[in-house]
Structures are given as C-alpha cells and as structure tokens.
Design a protein around this ligand. Structure first.
Ligand code: FAD
Ligand code: 2HG
Ligand code: ZN
Length: 498
C-alpha cells in the first residue's frame, strides 16, 4: 500500500531541494501532468528539481520511509505515458532537469560522463567539441534528456551502426528506491565481476531507481558523411538494397530509414519549406547515410557507385545524393518531421514494433491488409528504422477531423498489429518502451517466466513499490490516504489521441 504524502513530508521534501528546486504552483506544475502525446493526465502535489545526487538520495530515502510514490521525469518526450503521475494525485514528481552537468570528458578513453538531466543535443555538442561523436540520435534530441534516453533505452536513426542507448553506456550512477547510491560510474570496457547491474536500470523506465549520471561511449567524429534519398518500388526492394549495400562493403552505413509516399506527402503538406525532391511519384523511399572518420572521400564514390549499380539492376527507381549541408538537412527533415506532420494531420493510432529485417515486407503487407479490413477509412503511415527491423506502424485519422468512430477502433487495430507481431516473433515495443500505454499488453505478450523474473527484480530493488508506480508492471497495491482509506489503483486517464 502506498500512502498520500503528509503536509510534514511535503515540507521536508521542499527543504531538501530549497526554494529553487520546488514547483508547487498550478501553472508551474501543469506541464508535468500530461504526457507528450496528451494521452494521459495525472496530478501531483509537488514537483521537485534536485540539483545533486545527494538531494535525489535524500528525497528517495524520505519517500521510501513514508511509502510515497515517486515519478522521475526527464524531457517528457516519451511516447508511453511513463513520466506522467497517476490521477490519484499522491505521487511526487522528480524532474532531473537541474542535474545536467557534463562531469568529465575523456577523449583518450572515448568516454563522456554527464548527469541525467543533460539534454541529448548538449551531450552530442560536448562530444563534438572534443572531436568525438556521441551517436545516439533522435528527432527529440533538442529536449529529451540522457536519463530519459537510458531509462527508455532509446533507439533512433543510428542504431544500425552504433546500437541502442544501452549499447552506448559504460557506467551508471543510480539512486536506489531507499536512497542508497549505486556508484557504478566506470569508464571500463571490460569488467566481468558478476551480474551486470547497469543493464537492469537501462530500459527500466524509472521503476527501479533514478539514474543520476552516466559514463557514455564516444566514437571518432565522422569527417565524411554521404546522405542519399532513394526511391524504391516496394519494401522488399528496400530490404534488398540494404543487403546489397552491406555486401558491397558499405560497413560505414549508419542510417537506413523507410519512408512511404504518404509520409512524404504529409510532410510536404504540413511542414513549411518542404517539397518532393523527385520529379516522379514513387511509392516508397529510403533515407540512407554512411559516414566515416576518414577525411579522404572514398565513401561518396563507393555509395554512388553502388547506387548506380542498384539502379541498373532495377533495384531502385531513382536516387538523389545530398551535395551539400543544406541538401543533407532537407533530406533529414523529410524523415524527422514525419511525427510532427502526423500530429498536424489529425493524430494517429501508433504501433512501435520490430520483426526481423527479412520479414519486414511480408509483415507490412499482412499488417496493412488487416488494418484496412478493420478501419478502411484510416490512412496507413508505416515508416521507420528499416535497418533495425523497427517500424512505426501508424494509422492516421481520415482527414484531420475528430473522427471518434475511427479512434473507437484503436483497440481492434492494436490487437491486430500486435497479434501479427507475435506470429513473427517480433516485439510490441521496439524502442519507445512500455510506460502506462502498453503495461497491460506486456502481460499478454511477454513470456510468463520473463514476467516473473521482472517482478522478482522489482521486488528486490523496490520492495515498497514507490518507484514510478503503475508503469511497466501493474502496481500491486492501491494508494492509501493518510486516514487509511484506499483511493484506488492507477487508472489511465486517456483522453482522445492528439
Ligand atoms: P521522459 O519522457 O521524461 O521519461 C521517459 C521514461 O523514463 C519515464 O518512464 C520516466 O519516468 C523515466 N525517466 C526519465 N528520466 C529518468 C531518470 N533520470 N531516471 C530514471 N527514470 C527516468 N524514441 C526513440 O527511441 N527513437 C526515436 O527515434 C524517437 N524519436 C522521437 C521523435 C520525437 C519528435 C519525439 C517527440 C519523441 C521521440 N522518441 C523517440 C521518444 C522519446 O524522445 C524517447 O523515448 C526519449 O528517450 C525520452 O527521453 P525523455 O528525457 O523525454 O524521457
Ligand atoms: C521516429 O522514429 C520516432 O520518428 C517517432 O520514434 C515515431 O511518432 C512516431 O510514431
Ligand atoms: Zn523511431
């Protein structure tokens, strides 16, 4: 059973962070009460903004003792309602935004140690200033934070070459639910001293502790980048092109993103300054990028030669190479503005799934047919990180209107896409996580033994259940008011999708 915070506890928490670290006025708290997609709305009496690990530790020690729930929040760009408090109004929100220092940059060890509230773009810039690359790259990088990236194990557009956020972590500093600080902030590449505790907290979405800092892997800064927009007839051609590029020696491939015609049209229609760069209309496109730390530009030659062969072999219909920085940015904008264009087009029912790369064409065809049967009025916008086998299988409203009858089919569409994913032995959350959105689906789709192990880990690290209650795993206890009366379990307060 979790408790509602008493006035005395709230005052003690205020005291820990001082006036600069307290938000308790409705207008200041408001942004923390709703998730990025506006699917969830919650309540809280207090948002704390600690500026040191010691303060985070004191907060958790107090909340643990009082059995009060705590919700960590980073940039609040997550897609699954993971950083939104429940509607009960008894959880304390802990924002990491003031804990944002770059603690250390070690160019020779290719490592950067930064605090959890550091915005991803700031970490990238700090690495670049030292002639190094921090390769995690997301459309939200101007506002998401490292702590959120690691807690969601974010993916993005460079996974093909550098892996997910998890693959970029050398060490972590974490405050456990009872306030103890786990200092595993190592820059070691080799360290086989028992269980890898670091990996427990990555992707845990704040349910096991609060990440306060991380030592991250850096790479040589690319000096040559080749970016191309390629038109293909169908997803199978894109999959074949990926294999073609890789087998022709392009191990420099960093990004390989699939874009359907409809996504390009939505971007051109809703995003200022965007237009179709091709003369003809094509059904599908690929944004690809290869990069190298070498200054000598063999790469452009290699990629254009391979694309010319792919054209001759009729694997691709057309290809445009970016010849300067503004063309490169334009091609990237065509891809990265898709989520924004989808929102402006009236919102969508989203699925974030992965299957093996070779299964993608059949999966897309079968999934599209299923969705068309359930919601023929929906607009299929299926795009994403083809190079990682990861797709955003989204269905937009017919014409931007409210269309409650379309959104009423959300559950049927979710079931159809997720059941299909299961038949392909895929994942119902490729990169966005579980949060509140897929918490109940997880029970259906995760192996029972895996779920049991997850619950055992949760019980061991957070026996009181105070860490981000009701996220990822169902909360096991209801809240309790100070008078002792239960006030009910977390109930998602989903409003209409954006
Ligand atoms: P938040 O939303 O604040 O929190 C996410 C979760 O982490 C919550 O459960 C929260 O409680 C927990 N948390 C936050 N900080 C901490 C901490 N310090 N310790 C413990 N728990 C913590 N995601 C991708 O994977 N790939 C993409 O390509 C991608 N593109 C995006 C594009 C756009 C335009 C947008 C809006 C989002 C995109 N996302 C993408 C989703 C989102 O940006 C990522 O999930 C990101 O990693 C979330 O970081 P955040 O700081 O905003 O976390
Ligand atoms: C992306 O790849 C993000 O652009 C967002 O993961 C996906 O909005 C989406 O569905
Ligand atoms: Zn994505």
């Amino acid at each position: 059973m979790l408790n509602a915070p008493t006035t005395e506890l709230l005052n003690q928490l205020r005291h820990i962070v001082g006036p600069a670290g307290v938000l308790d006025q409705p207008q200041d708290i408001a942004p923390f009460l709703v998730d990025h997609r506006k699917l969830y709305r919650g309540r809280t009496p207090l948002v704390l903004r600690p500026d040191s690990t010691a303060q985070v530790s004191s907060i958790l020690r107090l909340c643990h003792g009082a059995r009060v729930g705590v919700v960590p929040v980073g940039g609040n760009t997550g897609y699954c309602g993971g950083a939104t408090p429940s509607s009960g109004g008894h959880e304390i929100v802990v924002s990491l935004s003031r804990l944002k220092r770059i603690r250390h940059l070690d160019p020779d060890n290719y490592a950067l140690t930064a605090e959890a509230g550091c915005v991803l773009a700031v970490a990238q810039q700090a690495a670049a200033a030292a002639e190094r690359l921090f390769p995690l790259s997301l459309g939200s990088e101007g506002s998401c934070q490292l702590g959120g990236n690691l807690s969601t194990n974010a993916g993005g557009t460079a996974v093909l070459r550098y892996g997910m956020a998890r693959d970029l972590v050398l060490g972590l500093e974490v405050v456990l639910s009872d306030g103890r600080v786990l200092d595993d902030l190592t820059g070691l590449r080799k360290n086989n001293t028992g269980y890898d505790l670091r990996d427990l907290f990555i992707g845990a979405e704040g349910t096991l502790g609060i990440i306060t800092a991380a030592t991250l892997k850096l790479y040589p800064l690319p000096r040559t980048r080749v970016t191309a927009l390629v038109a293909v007839a169908e997803p199978a051609s894109a999959v074949a092109l990926l294999a073609y590029l890789r087998s022709s020696g392009s191990d420099a491939l960093t990004t390989f993103e699939l874009i359907p015609r409809i996504a390009l049209e939505l971007v051109c229609q809703h995003i200022a300054g965007m237009s179709d760069p091709f003369d003809a209309i094509h059904p599908w496109y690929v944004l690809l990028e290869a990069s190298s730390a070498q200054v000598i530009d063999h790469l452009t030659e290699e990629i254009s030669h391979t694309l010319a062969r792919a054209l001759a072999d009729q694997l691709v219909r057309d290809a445009l190479l970016a010849h300067n920085a503004s063309q490169r940015e334009f091609f990237w904008r065509l891809r990265e503005a898709i989520p924004e264009a989808q929102v402006r087009a009236g919102g969508s029912i989203k699925h974030d799934v992965s299957v093996s790369i070779s299964d993608l064409p059949a999966f897309i065809a079968e999934g599209a047919a299923l969705c068309r049967r359930i919601a023929p009025e929906g607009v299929l916008v299926i795009y994403g990180h083809l190079g990682d086998g990861s797709l955003h299988f989204n269905i937009n409203t017919p014409d931007g209107g409210e269309h409650p009858e379309f959104f009423a089919k959300k559950s049927a569409l979710n079931h159809a896409v997720h059941d299909l994913t299961r038949t392909y032995r895929g994942s119902i959350s490729a990169e966005h996580g579980i949060g509140q959105l897929k918490r109940d689906d997880l029970v259906q789709f995760k192996q029972p033994v895996a779920l049991q192990v997850m619950h055992a880990i949760k019980q061991a690290l957070d026996p009181q259940g105070i860490m981000n209650p009701g996220k990822v795993l169902a909360a096991e206890a209801n809240h309790q008011t100070p008078s002792g009366r239960g006030v009910g379990a977390d109930t998602p307060t989903a409003s209409a999708p954006p």
